[in-house]
Structures are given as structure tokens and as C-alpha cells.
Design a protein around this ligand. Structure first.
Ligand code: KIV
Length: 311
């Protein structure tokens, strides 16, 4: 199968890879020359990832990658690596603010984080997550919150949780010209209503998942996150929808993959979900560095002469 680039100039030099799904679903790697929107932020042909690219990626079988980000430095690094979208997730409630759930985090807390991520992302599409309590009252409230994020942060899209129950909100926000990523399956803001961190879409739940997926597509969402859903039903939803599906623990049959960066990089201490693959062990590295720093200060090893200023 040959992937024809439909937008973006070929990049020079660097090689990277989206997974490319040929019909029959064998995964192949895609070179930077085949990427739809330039490759990385060091690529002279760089273009901003746009929502139209999501749909084209799906049409071409090119996998989409996303990570959460909550600050400038991590955003710059992920952007340089060619991650397609950065979600300033309400998971910041856990990872940045230390709450037990995402429920307490507020719009006012997320706005400065989103601004920082926008400053770090030259290529990636930045998506602001609308926290619990900022859209459930209806379409007017959803639009007001989405407008705040767009005006005050410079983000390129918003995300909100819920399928059928949030369709009216999605419709209103999209009609105002604001792209919406939907989020179905396990929705952490409803953790108590769902009875805990429970896999969604099993048994009778499959019909609800399909209804939710159809509802958000119909409402105008440009993509839909599916969280903690069995791979088979996630694959059925992916086949049925024309918008891309993004997996968070929904298996390989989706159009893209998203992870919370702190889990993915081994920064999170303690339990992480089964679906997370850890690509680094940053927590251990930091712990060891902090211990060495403390010991070297104690022992008078740091600062050494090369760290001092002379007159
Ligand atoms: O807030 C978040 O990080 C999320 C993802 C897990 C989808 O909503």
C-alpha cells in the first residue's frame, strides 16, 4: 500500500513513523515524507495540525498520536517529537494539583496550564479539556466555557465528556466555530455515577457506547476519545464512524492513541492503568537525582569550583 501525502511538503532528513493501516489492518510504518502535515517542529515544511488532518489521517489509515501536557517544557518536547495533539487534560487535577479525582479541578486552574502548553506547541493541535461543572448545565454554559478557553488560552479545540447526554452542548459549541473532541466510554468526571473505574461497553453497554458514538458524530465532534473499552467494540465504533476514534485503553483498532504523559513516562508514582505502556522511568530518575543532590550538598561535593562565580 502506498500512502499519498495530501498536505504538507515532504520533510528533509528525519525519519519517523505513524503506523499505517492497510486494508486488512496490517500495521506498517509511515515515513516523514508520507506524513500528512509535516513532521516535527524542526521540519521547515511544518504546518499546524488541523482538525481536517484528523479526518484525512483516518481516511488514509494514518495513526494519530496524542499526549496530555500541562506545561511549556513538556509541550515543547512532545511537539518536537511530532506528537499530533496535546490535551491539557483535567487529569491535571490529579497530576498537577494532587486531587484524588478530576472532579474538583476548575476552569481557572486549567487556563494558565493551557496557555503554557499553547506557547510550547508549534505544530501540535492543542485541546483544552472542559472540567466538571463547566458545561453540564446546558449548551449556553458549554459555549461560555469553550469561549473562555479559546480567548484566554489560544487553544485550538476543546474536549468534553459524555455522548448522548452532551450532544446538545457539542452542537452549540461546534456551531460557534469551536472544534470539539468528544469523550465516551469511561468518563472520569462521572466516576462516582459509574461506580468506579469500570470498563465500559461490555455486554449491554455496547449499545450505549454505539449510541454515544453516533450522537457525538452527529453533533459535530471532529474526533472522539474512547476510554477503557474492549478492543472489539472499539473497533466496531471505529468502522462505523467517519470521525477518528482515539483510544485511551480502547485497544489497537482505533484511529489514534492518547496517554496521560505522567503515566506514560513513568513519572506517576504508584498504580497505573493496565493499558499504559511506560516509555521511560522519569520518576525513578528524579528520585535518584534528588537523593544524590542531597547527599552531595551534605558532603560538600556540590557546588564544586566550576559552579562558582569569581570576582
Ligand atoms: O484529562 C485527561 O487526561 C483525559 C484523557 C485521559 C482522555 O481526559
Amino acid at each position: 500500500m502506498v500512502a499519498v501525502p495530501v498536505w504538507g511538503m515532504p520533510s528533509r532528513g528525519r525519519r519517523g513513523g505513524f503506523g499505517l493501516r492497510a486494508a486488512g489492518s496490517t500495521v506498517r510504518r509511515v515515513t516523514d515524507e508520507q506524513r500528512p502535515y509535516g513532521s516535527t517542529s524542526s521540519d521547515p515544511s511544518l504546518k499546524r495540525v488541523r482538525i481536517r488532518h484528523f479526518r484525512r489521517a483516518k481516511e488514509q489509515g494514518i495513526k494519530i498520536t496524542g499526549l496530555t501536557s500541562y506545561d511549556f517544557l513538556s509541550a515543547s518536547i512532545f511537539d518536537e517529537a511530532g506528537i499530533d495533539f496535546l490535551l491539557v487534560g483535567d487529569s491535571a487535577g490529579n497530576t498537577v494539583f494532587g486531587y484524588d479525582t478530576t472532579i474538583p479541578v476548575t476552569v481557572d486552574e486549567l487556563i494558565p496550564l493551557t496557555r503554557a502548553v499553547v506557547r510550547g506547541a508549534k505544530r501540535a493541535l492543542v485541546i483544552a479539556d472542559m472540567p466538571f461543572g463547566s458545561y453540564e448545565n446546558g449548551p449556553d454554559e458549554a459555549l461560555a466555557t469553550a469561549i473562555r478557553f479559546m480567548k484566554e488560552t489560544g487553544s485550538h479545540a476543546v474536549k468534553l465528556e459524555g455522548g448522548v447526554r452532551s450532544a446538545k452542548q457539542i452542537k452549540r459549541v461546534v456551531r460557534a466555530g469551536i472544534p470539539v473532541m468528544a469523550h465516551i466510554g469511561f468518563t472520569p468526571q462521572s466516576e462516582h455515577g459509574l461506580g468506579g473505574h469500570i470498563i465500559q461497553g461490555r455486554g449491554d453497554g455496547a449499545q450505549q457506547l454505539l449510541d454515544d458514538a453516533r450522537a457525538v458524530e452527529e453533533a459535530g465532534a471532529f474526533a472522539v476519545v474512547m476510554e477503557m473499552v474492549p478492543s472489539e467494540i472499539a473497533g466496531q465504533v471505529t468502522e462505523e464512524l467517519s470521525i477518528p476514534t482515539i483510544s485511551v485503553g480502547a485497544g489497537p483498532n482505533c484511529d489514534g492513541q492518547l496517554l496521560v504523559w505522567n503515566d506514560w513516562a513513568g513519572f506517576t508514582r504508584g498504580r497505573i492503568p493496565r493499558f499504559v505502556k511506560q516509555y521511560a522511568q522519569i520518576g525513578d530518575t528524579l528520585l535518584e537525582a534528588a537523593r544524590r543532590f542531597r547527599a552531595e550538598v551534605d558532603d560538600g561535593i556540590y557546588p564544586a569550583p566550576e559552579h562558582e562565580y569569581s570576582e
